[in-house]
Write a protein that binds this ligand. Structure first.
Ligand SMILES: NC(=O)c1ccc[n+]([C@@H]2O[C@H](COP(=O)([O-])OP(=O)(O)OC[C@H]3O[C@@H](n4cnc5c(N)ncnc54)[C@H](OP(=O)(O)O)[C@@H]3O)[C@@H](O)[C@H]2O)c1
Length: 269
């Protein structure tokens, strides 16, 4: 039986949580990364060096794989993720059609942010691929908001998007859901996964300032353009938050390190 689970982007924020969880469940796990294996790697986790964007090494990464959890992303180019997903799906077709679990973002079908459009294009490629698939759309991870706010809080006044809410979610919780889906049958698109609260960006900024001990005024700024308007209209939000996972404030209390999420390398939320 093809029972190896391949995790693309297994070195990233979400992917590393996914790998840890799979290893804990004694699943056979293989990480796909552009980098060579690290010395600190766990012997229980196989490593495969491949580049999804240029298509190198994907066929051997898929050898003996029954399920792929696709977490790789590169927010620096508009079409990078689409090309990477296309290369992965083509190789998956040649490899006998493993179950592909794709982690996407809530609202990608209606929000004009180019990164989200690319996620939606990738979803559609998967839906039309003929491969067995599951798509899980999650809200922005706590790390993403933390990153944006930690940058904004370097200024004497902390600018935030006026009238804009987020339902940020704990990455480990998303990983846990992705793993549950990966060990089950393909489900198509499943219910969205938001975090436990809907909070304005100003409230998130005040929580950040409280925990970091910085005293700064928060300044809501009304930006022109369709992307800020889409955020104000909540096109990236689920119809309601989902209780049961760690709040942003609980996340802050653990003193997270600032990590640059792929989607933020060019654009803040
Ligand atoms: N961040 C959020 O708020 C959020 C919210 C909802 C959904 N998501 C989705 O969740 C997924 C994971 O996001 P994340 O924030 O955890 O990402 P991340 O930390 O930036 O990790 C991205 C990973 O992609 C890999 N990668 C990039 N380009 C690659 C390529 N050409 N070939 C192979 N691997 C490549 C990188 O691995 P190497 O450098 O080791 O090659 C890296 O580990 C993404 O699909 C994202 O859209 C994110």
């Amino acid at each position: 039986m093809n029972d190896t689970i391949l995790v693309t982007g297994g070195t990233g924020n979400l992917g590393s949580h996914v790998v840890t969880r799979l290893a804990r469940q004694d699943c056979r796990v293989r990480v796909l990364s552009r980098r060579p294996p690290t010395d600190q790697g766990s012997p229980a986790v196989e490593w495969c060096t491949a580049d999804l964007a240029i298509g190198d090494g994907i066929d051997s990464a898929l050898d003996g794989v029954g399920t792929v959890i696709h977490c790789a992303t590169d927010g620096r180019t508009r079409h990078g993720d689409v090309a990477a997903t296309r290369n992965l799906l083509d190789a998956a077709g040649r490899a006998g059609g493993p179950h592909i679990v794709y982690v996407s973002i809530i609202g990608v079908d209606r929000h004009p942010l180019p990164y989200y459009r690319a996620k939606y294009d990738s979803e559609r490629l998967l839906e039309s691929s003929g491969l067995p698939y599951t798509i899980l759309r999650a809200a922005q991870f706590h790390e993403m908001l933390h990153f944006a706010l930690s940058r904004a809080a370097r200024l004497p006044v902390v600018p935030v998007l006026a009238g804009t809410c987020f339902q940020s979610v704990d990455t480990a919780h998303v990983a846990s859901r992705a793993v549950d889906l990966a060990v089950g049958m393909p489900r198509g698109r499943v219910a969205d996964l938001p975090g436990p609260q809907t909070l304005t960006m100003a409230a998130l900024a005040r929580a950040y300032l409280r925990v970091s001990g910085a005293r700064r005024p928060v300044l809501p700024v009304l930006l022109p353009g369709r992307v800020p308007r889409a955020y104000r209209e909540g096109l990236h939000l689920a119809s309601a938050p989902l209780p049961g996972s760690r709040t942003f404030e609980d996340f802050l209390a653990t003193g997270p390190a600032v990590r640059v999420p792929a989607a933020a390398r060019k654009r803040a939320p």
